[in-house]
Design a protein around this ligand. Structure first.
Ligand code: PAF
Length: 304
């Protein structure tokens, strides 16, 4: 399969590297960070995993999507603040039959991609992997988890089966779901509990549970978000969102969350699509979200 990864951050690199290890795949990592792309093309993409370094040489880096050309699958992995701009800038990989898969954090990406390339070719999902960028051409796989993907209409199609098969072949454990919106909210609640708190405290994911005063805030933020999800009629795939979020903290214990990485790297965070989205959706549903409001404002202050 010919695959473009739009956004070669830590997560994009993880998927790009794994997919490129299957000889029948042709994988392009697309990013504007020239030094990173040059390092990938010169030395391969180096992934630190379980204390070992592996270099993936089959993956190609490009800054110009035109060099990759039309692909069968484009996995969108840019920050959700950049979704529209990245799809616009990389139109060259999207042909009439290209399937766009968003595995991004936060609420709103599906609609942003649909607005650019049309309704029929967008599928969505979530990933529970954790990854950290170490420098140009180098990243760490910090925690493993499942990838879950699905068609927006919930149907079991041939293309979703094929794409799930391609991910599984690349050693990425993958399930198919008939409830994509529920999936996005499943992940949203995890990010609501982990990302802002790690960004504010600078703790790694697992350390959030070692400080009771922080753990209480995690519980409160996720419970508020769960209230909003229930009011909107969203069906989550688990009954205990707080317990599930804590399990993700444990599974990705050594990871610096994506929001903490953004804060440390002085980048804009995805706060508006995570805790900020809960505040907005809560206001629409008449559900108070004071903890998410405080977390949103603190992150906005820090990033300012
Ligand atoms: O945003 C992140 O960092 C990740 O979604 C997660 C699961 C919180 C792991 O760090």
């Amino acid at each position: 399969m010919k695959i473009a990864i739009v956004g070669a951050g830590a997560m994009g690199c993880l998927y790009g590297a794994k997919l490129s290890a299957v000889p029948t795949n042709e994988v392009y990592l697309i990013d504007v960070w020239q030094e990173h792309i040059d390092a990938i093309n010169k030395n391969g993409l180096t992934m630190e995993e379980n204390g070992e370094e592996v270099s993936y040489r089959a993956v190609r880096g490009v800054t110009d999507a035109g060099e990759a050309g039309v692909c069968d699958l484009a996995i969108v992995f840019v920050k959700s603040t950049l979704t529209s701009a990245a799809v616009k800038a990389n139109r060259a990989v999207f042909g009439p039959d290209t399937v766009a898969l968003t595995l991004q954090n936060g609420l709103g990406n599906i609609d942003l991609i649909r607005a650019e390339i049309g309704d029929g070719n967008v599928i969505a999902g979530t990933t529970a992997h954790g990854a950290t960028m170490l420098g140009p051409g180098k990243m760490r796989h910090a925690g493993s988890g499942k990838t879950v993907i699905g068609e927006l209409n919930g149907k079991q199609t041939e293309r979703i089966e094929t794409i799930a098969g391609t991910l599984r072949e690349a050693d990425l454990e993958t399930d198919i779901s008939d409830n994509v919106l529920g999936l996005v909210w499943d992940k949203l609640l995890v990010n609501v509990g982990i990302n802002a708190l790690t960004g504010i405290t600078k703790l790694q994911n697992g350390e959030l549970l070692k400080h009771r005063e922080i753990e209480e805030l995690l519980e409160a933020a996720v419970s508020e978000a769960y209230g909003v999800a229930c009011a909107k009629g969203i069906t989550l795939s688990y009954d205990d969102p707080v317990g599930h979020t804590k399990a993700v903290c444990v599974a990705t214990a050594a990871n610096k969350s994506s929001m903490l990485q953004d804060i440390l790297n002085h980048k804009q965070t995805e706060i508006d699509m995570i805790n900020g989205a809960i505040v907005r959706e809560g206001a629409l549903a008449g559900i108070p979200t004071p903890v998410n409001s405080v977390l949103t404002n603190l992150i906005k202050f820090i990033q300012k």
